[in-house]
Ligand binder design. Structure first.
Ligand SMILES: Cc1ncc(COP(=O)(O)O)c(C=O)c1O
Length: 363
């Protein structure tokens, strides 16, 4: 029997941040600082929901109506322009399904979240990389890559894994220079952490634009990564079409309930922001003593550059793993001699700093 032909897919699959260390039986505690997850877990309000006896026998609301309502109140936007997904990841997938066919082109920054290129490739589009400047997205280099086949430009602001970001005026400049029919997708995954007043989130900057689509997630500051929930905001015509594509019960009931509570808990969100800022500053300063330099503080992670350090990134990666601490290697992103560090809770951060100290002082 010869099976019917299926698609020949030629791209690297997504490799998530490492979560285990081989031969680590002797290590008491693994500290995972490799996937930009929340340092402080989830809000106590979310934990109250999780303790409730929730009836799981009925399908969830397939429109996530109450959550969309809460989003519309909090961010002052029309709930009919919001769609929820099983992670913002699923929204990226649906956008690619909706907009892309064989022969189309998508532009992504040279170093960017890997799912943009993966879903674009699955949809048959060609992925074009726009060179960055000192690990920062270059508006000019994106514009240079535009041609008549270009359908979407994806970018995260701040960007993962570089941690750099475009100012509000640079984002507006990009939209102005980009042909009007090209969809600009701005991924606001880490916007809550941003403290620079030259920065403005995609949603705040482009709320009324028909040709800009915004991605948001509950996996980062809200600490709901395991529940898989995110959302997208865009023109009603796009949202209506995405609703035709969307699997009916894509967001589970517990995720919807927890996300509503997470949005309401301003106190917890502020605590997370303060924690992040405090530890980013402390860790950045400490690492500079060892000639390890990082990006300017932005999101809940730092990209560590080892080019001036006496140890290479891979040496430090291995030494930290011996102490049970996992950072994200950057070779899969095409960035060499760097590691990405997610800010952990206070105990984890202290352990990280202690281990770094030990590595340098033992030589
Ligand atoms: C820029 C960016 N967008 C989206 C995601 C994925 O978010 P979600 O968990 O909502 O799928 C990540 C996760 O690392 C990310 O860094």
């Amino acid at each position: 029997m010869k099976l019917t032909k299926f698609k020949s897919l030629k791209f690297q699959s997504y490799k998530p941040g490492k979560y285990e260390i081989p031969n680590s039986k002797k290590i008491k505690k693994i500290i995972k600082l490799s996937a930009n997850e929340s340092a402080l877990g989830a809000s106590p309000k979310v934990k109250t929901i999780l303790r409730k006896n929730i009836n799981t026998s009925k399908y969830p609301d397939y429109t996530s109506k109450l959550l969309r309502k809460q989003i519309s109140i909090k961010f002052q936007c029309d709930s009919d322009k919001v769609i929820c997904g099983s992670g913002s990841d699923e929204i990226i997938q649906m956008l690619c399904q909706l907009f892309l066919s064989k022969g189309d082109q998508v532009i992504v920054p040279e170093y960017s979240f890997l799912m943009y290129r993966i879903y674009s490739s699955i949809s048959g589009a060609k992925v074009i990389f726009a060179k960055e400047k000192n690990y920062k997205i270059s508006v000019n280099n994106i514009i240079k890559k535009v041609n008549k086949k270009t359908k979407i430009v994806f970018l995260a602001n701040p960007n993962n894994p570089t941690g750099t970001y475009l100012y509000k005026n640079e984002l507006i400049n990009l939209r102005n220079k980009l042909r009007k029919d090209i969809l600009l997708v701005i991924d606001d995954a880490y916007f809550e952490y941003m403290k620079d007043n030259k920065y403005s989130s995609g949603l705040d900057t482009f709320k009324n634009f028909k040709n800009v689509f915004i991605l948001r997630t509950f996996s980062k500051i809200h600490g709901l990564a395991a529940l898989r929930i995110g959302w997208g905001f865009g023109d009603k015509k796009i949202i209506n079409a995405l609703n035709l594509i969307k699997p009916p019960f894509n967001v589970n009931k517990i995720a919807q309930l927890c996300a509503i509570e997470a949005l309401k808990d301003e106190k917890f969100i502020n605590k997370s922001i303060q924690h992040n800022l405090y530890w980013c500053r402390k860790i950045k300063n400490k690492l500079e003593e060892f000639n390890i330099y990082t990006n300017k503080i932005s999101a809940n992670f730092l990209l560590l550059n080892f080019n001036q350090c006496k140890f290479s990134a891979s040496v430090i990666e291995k030494k930290l793993e011996k102490n049970g601490i996992i950072l994200r290697e950057m070779k899969t992103y095409g960035i060499y001699n760097h590691l990405r560090l997610t800010i952990g809770n206070s105990v984890e951060n202290k352990m990280f700093l202690k281990s770094v100290d030990k590595i340098f002082k033992n030589v």
